[in-house]
Design a protein around this ligand. Structure first.
Ligand SMILES: [Zn+2]
Length: 135
């Protein structure tokens, strides 16, 4: 199927999707931190791969991966149009995510990756963030 967007339009759409996603997922997680008295997190901490949240004292980082962009096999994904384009883009992201995780782990960081769709499940979050809750 032919691309319905020009290059410029596509960049614009992608920017919008990305910034809207970031804002809402970050706010959700910050609300979760507050509700569970999780402290010591930093935003925009200068670290390889730009983690979404960094806990320097616990040497732990959190990435929140958008299901669509990072290839989660859940119902949030899989557009039919331009499937090749999205598949390639996601494959690059997945490969990059793996590299970032491995690099940080090799430097002694604990890497927690959350899927965007998991943010709705508070029990699951508690389970995955066990290491930094109550520290
Ligand atoms: Zn998902």
């Amino acid at each position: 199927m032919a691309d319905v967007f020009t290059k410029e339009q596509r960049s614009e759409v992608m920017r919008k999707v990305k910034s809207a996603r970031n804002k809402s997922t970050e706010l959700k997680l910050i609300a979760f931190f507050k509700a569970n008295s999780i402290k010591g997190w930093r935003r925009n901490y200068k670290l390889f791969g730009k983690p979404d949240f960094t806990f320097p004292k616990q040497k732990t980082v959190i990435f929140v991966d958008g299901c669509f962009w990072h290839g989660h096999d859940c119902r949030n994904t899989r557009p039919k149009d331009n499937a090749d384009y999205w598949t390639k883009k996601r494959e690059r992201n997945v490969k990059r995510d793996k590299e970032v995780t491995e690099t940080l782990q090799n430097k002694g960081w604990t890497v927690i990756r959350l899927w965007e769709c998991e943010l709705k499940d508070e029990n699951l979050l508690k389970e995955k963030l066990h290491a930094i809750i109550g520290v």
